[in-house]
Design a protein around this ligand. Structure first.
Ligand SMILES: [Zn+2]
Length: 472
């Protein structure tokens, strides 16, 4: 099937030449991009399907490098609206322990729908809390992603160091290490597709230095390398984590990872807020990637990652919306704007990120973090993952001299007109194909209320009230 997207206001391929094609067009054959061009050189083909892109900016689909989809049901929980990371986690474990397959499915459907509607065509997820008897939650997410048509890189998260072993999570939500490794092997075997154009790839992702053991970190890295899958975890998110690491391991978080064989071009790490200049250099030398999550870092008061320095050091840097309990949305374009703004206070303007820098992180940077050279730009041979944004909207009025930057400086809340993933149109005229959104919202609200009710019964705490929790 040949699809021609034509007469765009602007096509921005995010290629190395940083081209901007006024009046441009994109030709898609089946799942791949066949050609891209500007108004002066229209393609002479008879297309099976023509998409009129008048007034629209055409971009590669965004790549989201960090998320926790189940948290979509615990957004904005009053008891932790003002909590920093460790207290926030200790409180929320008590709610998340109630997740089951049905709740996970509705949470994933909400989060993935929001991502698609804000221009994201490839996303990861980091699912690390498996309540007893709920071992198939990643399988459920993979089913939902495939139904919605988004490219999906779920990571098999894990926690093995409970409170009795000096970790942060309660003992009954951590898993046995052998069970974690066996399930990691199973997921790779059943779902990991290493081929170009893959819709599903698995990565392995022990949760954080304060919830897994050294032994699990090492064995997970060995397993990932044996199977050629990538590694992911949280790192250097807060000062509390740094203090924990110095006390327990006698070194800073980056040195801890280095000792465990966890720096390398097959690894990408969420947050990396608290890095020294030397650690930034080490990331550049080893090719270790970073998932930058500015909204979450602001929300939890964690700090600001040295993204300009990381970019200058050649580190692969992508953007992540992070889980919806710390963002509290999965709006990818809002995250691009947050990245634009986050690195300005207190810095020389020459070091500020531009709108194009922020979009680069969301496309090329993210693709590099995930080890993909087949997504992130609109070039012949790449996967047909693209987004059309209609600039004929109120929020863009008066911003016409730079329609690309307008998408970042003046964002529309749900900006996307059309989204194509792997050649399939999954959003058309701003509507998700095949999703009954009002019904989905009702279902999510019910599932969220049920989780808070269950937490009240099991822990005796009412998370609907501010300050009802304990201090950790
Ligand atoms: Zn996270």
């Amino acid at each position: 099937m040949l699809t021609l997207i034509r007469d765009a206001r602007l096509v921005v391929p995010m290629d190395d030449r940083r081209s901007r094609l006024a009046g441009g067009w994109v030709l898609v054959r089946d799942e791949k991009i066949e050609a891209v061009g500007e108004a002066s050189s229209p393609p002479s083909v008879r297309a099976d399907r023509v998409v009129d892109a008048t007034g629209k900016v055409v971009l590669p689909g965004f790549v989201n490098t960090h998320h926790h989809l189940p948290q979509t049901l615990t957004r904005n929980v009053p008891a932790v609206q003002e909590a920093p990371l460790f207290r926030w986690l200790v409180e929320l474990y008590e709610i998340w322990r109630g997740m089951d397959e049905e709740a996970t499915a509705v949470a994933a459907r909400v989060g993935l729908s929001e991502l698609l509607l804000t221009g994201c065509t490839t996303t990861t997820d980091h699912l690390y809390l498996f309540p007893p008897g709920q071992e198939r939650l990643i399988d459920v997410e993979i089913g939902v992603a495939s139904e919605l048509g988004i490219r999906f890189h779920p990571t098999r998260g894990s926690m093995s160091r409970g409170r009795s072993r000096g970790g942060l999570p309660p003992d009954d939500v951590v898993q046995d290490e052998e069970a974690i490794l066996a399930d990691s092997r199973r997921l790779i075997r059943e779902y990991h597709d290493p081929r170009p154009g893959a819709m599903t790839r698995i990565a392995l992702a022990p949760c954080s230095p304060f919830s897994v053991t050294d032994d699990l970190m090492r064995r997970t890295a060995d397993l990932a390398r044996e199977h050629g899958v990538r590694l992911h975890t949280h790192l250097a998110e807060t000062k509390d984590e740094e203090t924990y690491c110095l006390e327990v391991n006698g070194c800073r978080p980056v040195e801890y990872l280095d000792r465990l064989g966890w720096l390398g071009s097959d690894v990408w790490l969420a947050h990396c807020v608290h890095l020294s200049a030397e650690e930034v250099r080490q990331f550049g030398e080893t090719g270790t990637g970073v998932a930058h999550c500015p909204s979450s870092n602001f929300r939890l008061g964690s700090g600001v990652s040295p993204v300009r320095e990381l970019m200058d050091a050649g580190v692969p840097v992508g953007l992540g919306v992070d889980g919806s309990a710390s963002n509290d949305s999965s709006n990818m374009l809002a995250e691009v704007r947050q990245a634009l703004l986050a690195h300005r206070p207190g810095r020389e303007p020459a070091q500020w990120l531009t709108a194009e820098d922020a979009l680069w992180l969301a496309t090329r940077g993210g693709a590099r973090c995930l080890g993909r050279d087949d997504v992130g730009s609109l070039e012949p041979g790449k996967a047909a993952d693209l987004v059309l944004v209609d600039t004929r909207r109120l929020s863009y009025a008066g911003a016409g001299s730079d329609p690309l930057a307008a998408l970042v400086f003046s964002p529309w809340p749900e900006p996307v007109d059309t989204v194509m993933v792997n050649g399939r149109i999954v959003v058309e005229r701003g509507e998700l194909q095949g999703v009954d959104v009002p019904r989905l919202i009702a279902h999510a609200d019910e599932a969220s209320a049920a989780l808070l009710d269950a937490a009240l019964r099991t822990s005796g705490r009412d998370y609907r009230r501010k300050g009802s929790g304990h201090e950790s």
